[in-house]
Design a protein around this ligand. Structure first.
Ligand SMILES: [Ca+2]
Ligand SMILES: [Ca+2]
Length: 174
C-alpha cells in the first residue's frame, strides 16, 4: 500500500491538478491508524524502507537530484493528503493541523528544492553521495531534534512538529 502511494504520488498530484478535482484520501482508510506515539524505532524502519524509493536509479546512493526530489514529493504528498504516513512495523499517519493541507504551489516547490539542495552536502559528506547509513542517520537526527522531552518517541505536539517538518512548513509557524 505504501509503495503504491509513493509511486503514484506525482501521477496523483498531476492528475489532481489537471482534472481539477479535490478528492483527498481519507487517512483512516488508506494510511492505517492515527499515531498517538511514534517510537524512534518506527521512524528508523520507515527511513530504511524509504531509501529504496528515494534512490530512484537504484545505484545504492542518493544523489543531490534524488534528495531534492524526495523533499519536494514528500512535502507535496503530505500537504495534498493533509497527513504524513509512517511505515514502520505498523502503518500510521500524523495529520497536519487543520487548514494546512492542500496543493503545493510552484514557488513552494522551488523553495523546498533549493533548501534540500543546500542541505545535501552536509549529509552526503566528501563523496557527494548519500549512502544508506548516512540517510538513516540524517532521518534519525531529524527525529531526535523533534523529540523535545528526550523520551525516545514522538508524541503530542512533537508529532505535529514532525508532520509540519515533513511537509516543509516553517517550524516557526507552529
Ligand atoms: Ca541514486
Ligand atoms: Ca518525545
Amino acid at each position: 500500500m505504501k509503495r503504491v502511494l509513493a509511486i503514484s504520488a506525482s501521477a496523483l498530484m498531476i492528475g489532481a491538478s489537471a482534472a481539477g478535482f479535490a478528492t483527498q484520501i481519507e487517512p483512516g482508510e488508506a494510511f492505517g491508524a492515527a499515531a498517538a506515539k511514534l517510537p524512534l524505532s518506527e521512524l528508523r524502519l520507515d527511513a530504511e524502507k524509504r531509501f529504496a524509493d528515494v534512490d530512484v536509479n537504484r545505484d545504492g546512493f542518493i544523489s543531490r537530484d534524488e534528495f531534492a526530489a524526495q523533499a519536494v514529493v514528500t512535502a507535496s504528498l503530505a500537504r495534498f493528503n493533509g497527513a504524513v504516513v509512517v511505515e514502520g512495523l505498523y502503518t500510521s499517519y500524523i495529520s497536519l493541523p487543520a487548514g494546512m493541507g492542500g496543493p503545493i504551489n510552484a514557488g513552494e516547490r522551488t523553495r523546498i528544492d533549493a533548501v534540500a539542495r543546500a542541505d545535501f552536502p552536509h549529509i552526503a559528506g566528501d563523496d557527494g553521495q548519500i549512502d544508506r547509513g548516512e540517510w538513516v542517520r540524517h532521518k534519525l537526527t531529524q527525529f531526535a531534534a523533534i523529540d523535545f522531552n528526550h523520551d525516545g518517541a514522538l508524541s503530542h505536539d512533537e508529532l505535529t512538529v514532525f508532520a509540519m517538518s515533513m511537509a516543509r512548513f516553517s517550524l516557526n509557524a507552529v
